[in-house]
Design a protein around this ligand. Structure first.
Ligand SMILES: Nc1nc2c(c(=O)[nH]1)N[C@H]1C(S)=C(S)[C@@H](COP(=O)(O)OP(=O)(O)OC[C@H]3O[C@@H](n4cnc5c(N)ncnc54)[C@H](O)[C@@H]3O)O[C@H]1N2
Ligand code: MOO
Length: 431
């Protein structure tokens, strides 16, 4: 048997997306926690469960503007049998000293004001003549009417927020109400984003023949930030081994991971591979399209290095499938993956043999329905319809098509063609 050329012998066997993802995520752990003020916690991931320091609501209070009463005094009251009682107190929201309501009296009370001891119902203003000193009441209230009981939302000591939740405005409101002013959140990973390639120039600069704008720096730095990380946009490093090595050395002390694009395939000037492969970074094919050539490993000291293919669509797909879940793991997130919905192909397209396809698609009808999860059956009538974002097909250089993409349709490696009307899984990107 003829021996394979040396370069082919060195290529590791191809991995499935799941195998490669497992390899990337294997050693990653959430970064340590720090305590931050509520306002600074938005978008961060909670490191520990948070319990209520105070009950919500903290005291019994009125849900209506009206009169706090003792029901016994209003037995049989109605439109034709009104009852008139003296108003002995006026209780606005925020009052801290609440007098006890003695039998035969009522207190005027505003929404949110504490219920006076002795009162067992609130009569809304509309069921009275609203008089300030002696009020006439036209209804007999139900027991506990319009009273919001202390602890009816949460008791002190109850769980308010579970660890791993990404904090949104509603979580901050719940934490504030439960008596918290700071929250323990995982430190955000700092990621150095580096574009490699001597053809790259900064966006907006005049292009000489053979040059293109560096779009991956924008793409990947923004994607890192959107995933919850901090991007250090290093910029362009030309195809020069020494320069790349020096750049990595410079940034190694300041970051939690490197995110590179370009230079990972088999070209003569693939510097990323040339510099990192000798350090043990694994370069090899993954059975996906785009995103076939991938590099992952560690810089000295164990700093993770993601080396993505340079083609922009390949870079984004690789980010979404491998890097974003890794960043979300470092952040301690419970949910590390994008939602996947079942949609219907409005147009057909071809799929590569033996590679899982991730093709940018545009949603044609219906808003992203996050209630629909992978495997939910939909039909062409009610389903969300998608079509390829680019008329030019699934080429990994079609960067402009990314602007029209709402997500990536994911097609199994055994499928050769998608026909109009076929169901497809779609990984939704943020709108
Ligand atoms: N002989 C082979 N050639 C190629 C193979 C292969 O298996 N055998 N694989 C192809 C596939 S698939 C991909 S994907 C690319 C990956 O290439 P590299 O990661 O080595 O990236 P480059 O060669 O540096 O660039 C590829 C392409 O992307 C453009 N690019 C790179 N960086 C940026 C950036 N920051 N902003 C915008 N565009 C960028 C670059 O100009 C090239 O056009 O390799 C195939 N070749
Ligand atoms: O794998 Mo490349 O990313 O197909 O273009």
């Amino acid at each position: 048997m003829t021996a394979l050329p040396e370069t082919l012998q060195e290529t590791p066997p191809s991995l499935s997306v799941e195998e490669y993802r497992a390899l990337v995520l294997a050693d990653l752990r959430a970064l340590p926690a720090e305590r931050v003020e509520l306002a600074a916690a938005r978008g961060r991931t909670l490191a520990e469960p948070v319990t209520a320091r105070t009950a919500i609501p903290p005291f019994h209070n009125s849900s209506m503007d009206g009169y706090a009463v003792r029901r016994f005094d209003l037995r049989g009251a109605g439109a034709r049998h009104p009852v008139t009682l003296p108003v002995v107190a006026d209780l606005p929201a925020g009052i801290t000293a609440t007098p006890t309501l003695v039998p035969g009296t009522v207190a005027r009370i505003m929404t949110g004001a504490p219920l006076p001891p002795g009162a067992d119902a609130v009569v809304p203003l509309e069921q009275t003549d609203r008089a300030p000193e002696r009020v006439t009441i036209f209804a007999e209230p139900e027991p506990g009417a319009f009273i919001r009981l202390a602890g009816s939302d949460l008791s002190a000591g109850d769980l308010v927020l579970a660890a791993g939740v990404t904090l949104r405005e509603r979580h901050l409101a719940a934490a504030a109400s439960a008596g918290q002013h700071e929250l323990p959140v995982h430190r955000r990973p700092r990621i150095a984003v580096i574009s490699t390639g001597s053809e790259l120039v900064q966006p907006g600069r005049p292009l000489l023949s053979g040059q293109i704008p560096d779009s991956n720096s924008q793409l990947l730095a923004a994607a890192v930030e959107q995933a919850g990380g901090i991007a250090l946009a290093v910029g362009i490093v030309p195809d020069d081994d020494d320069l790349l090595r020096a750049t990595l050395t410079d940034y190694a002390g300041q970051v939690d991971a490197f995110l590179l694009s370009g230079g990972v395939s088999v070209g003569a000037y693939d510097v990323v591979k040339a510099v990192l492969a000798p350090l043990g970074v694994r370069f090899g094919p993954v059975r996906m399209q785009p995103g076939k050539p991938q590099g992952f490993g560690h810089w000295a000291g164990g700093l993770p290095i993601f080396a993505l293919p340079g083609n922009p669509v390949s870079a984004l797909v690789s980010f979404e499938v491998f890097v974003r879940p890794a960043l979300r793991t470092l952040l301690g997130c419970r949910e590390i993956d994008r939602p996947i919905i079942r949609a219907v192909a409005a147009e057909g397209w071809l799929c590569p043999p033996n590679r899982r396809q991730y093709i940018p698609v545009t949603l044609l009808s219906g808003a992203p329905n996050t209630g629909m999860t992978r495997g939910t059956a939909t039909d062409a009538e009610g389903g969300i319809r998608v079509r390829p974002a680019s008329r030019g097909g699934s080429g990994s250089h079609l960067v402009a098509s990314l602007a029209a993409a709402d997500g990536f349709a994911i097609v199994d490696e055994s499928v050769e063609e998608i026909h109009p009307g076929d169901p497809v899984d779609v990984m939704l990107l943020e709108s």
